[in-house]
Design a protein. Structure first.
Length: 79
């Protein structure tokens, strides 16, 4: 199944969201997921855009909210 077929087959519309992995040297900062899918598992931080936020603005805001860190030198890996 390709992405066009997948989008036609899903019952709910897809929404953009962010998932950030903060990397320094050979370390990756993860956070414990508190609710929803993946609850009680280690993961990157992120969330969904508020209003007209861009994906990068969302990633920065969510990282600040969740772990009180302001990321810099961000790289978009996938959309």
């Amino acid at each position: 199944m390709n992405i066009v077929e997948y989008k036609k087959a899903i019952q709910f519309p897809l929404r953009q969201s962010t998932l950030c992995f903060l990397i320094r040297d050979d370390e990756i900062l993860l956070a414990m997921k508190k609710r929803g899918f993946g609850k009680d598992r280690w993961n990157g931080v992120g969330g969904k855009p508020d209003g007209e936020e861009t994906i990068l603005e969302t990633a920065i805001r969510e990282t600040q909210e969740e772990i009180e860190v302001t990321p810099n030198d961000m790289e978009v890996v996938a959309i």
